[in-house]
Design a protein around this ligand. Structure first.
Ligand code: ATP
Ligand code: MG
Length: 193
């Protein structure tokens, strides 16, 4: 549900289904298990791949953001997480696609194209898609090998990031791209691999 607050912290993301999130969580647990004291695994329900981070958005601008999403026509594709790594400054560890699929890059480009027209500024010049899997990672370990985690996505979502005492929570505000097959229920996301 969209927040009734005057502004909300929003981002566009790909949200893996339960099976893919579980595989990501298991891989992270194993791969980062010796990464040092204080390292925190991102809870499986929170695992996602950010496409565009908007930051705090005034409530009256959310409809325009939705309009940007509605214009995107490359909402499906597939990707394989087959690389691991970490970044020192944000102290995060991640799994990422070693090769960024064209369709994923196009999705990110289309979203940012619309957001820039609305006045947003891209924080980072380059799209580095990744799923953050651990936090408080002070010493990123060497990349580790793991069985690639592939998933087909057929939608992207708009999320609200909500800070709670128990940690951050992400509420899906809306989703785009999943198509309805006439005479059937909404199609389910593709399986793993
Ligand atoms: P918290 O900030 O509460 O520790 P978080 O970083 O997961 O948790 P947000 O800061 O709301 O929550 O970020 C939501 C998503 O957007 C996350 O995937 C985060 O990595 C990403 N994100 C946050 N800030 C930026 C930014 N400046 N540029 C790109 N992506 C960002
Ligand atoms: Mg943050």
């Amino acid at each position: 549900m969209q927040s009734a607050r005057s502004e909300c912290r929003l981002f566009f993301a790909l949200w893996p289904d339960d099976a893919v999130r579980l595989r990501i969580a298991m891989t992270a647990m194993k791969g980062f298990r010796d990464a040092g004291n204080g390292v925190r695994l991102v809870p499986a329900p929170n695992l996602h791949l950010t496409l565009a981070f908007l930051g705090p958005v005034p409530a009256e601008r959310v409809d325009a953001v939705r309009d940007v999403a509605a214009c995107v026509d490359v909402a499906s594709g597939s990707l394989c997480l087959d690389a691991s790594g970490g970044w020192r400054k944000p102290q995060v560890g991640w799994l990422a696609p070693g090769l960024v699929p064209d369709a994923l890059a196009a999705l990110e480009r289309e979203l940012w194209g619309g957001l820039v027209r609305l006045g947003w500024r891209r924080g980072q010049p380059e799209f580095r898609p990744h799923v953050t899997v651990v936090r408080k990672l002070r010493h990123p370990p060497a990349p580790f090998a793991f069985a690639p985690i592939c998933w087909r996505y057929d939608e992207f979502v708009l999320c609200e990031s909500v800070s709670t005492r128990a940690g951050v929570r992400y509420d899906i505000v809306d989703r785009w791209g999943r198509c309805r097959v006439p005479g059937s229920a909404i199609s389910e996301p593709g399986g793993v691999e």
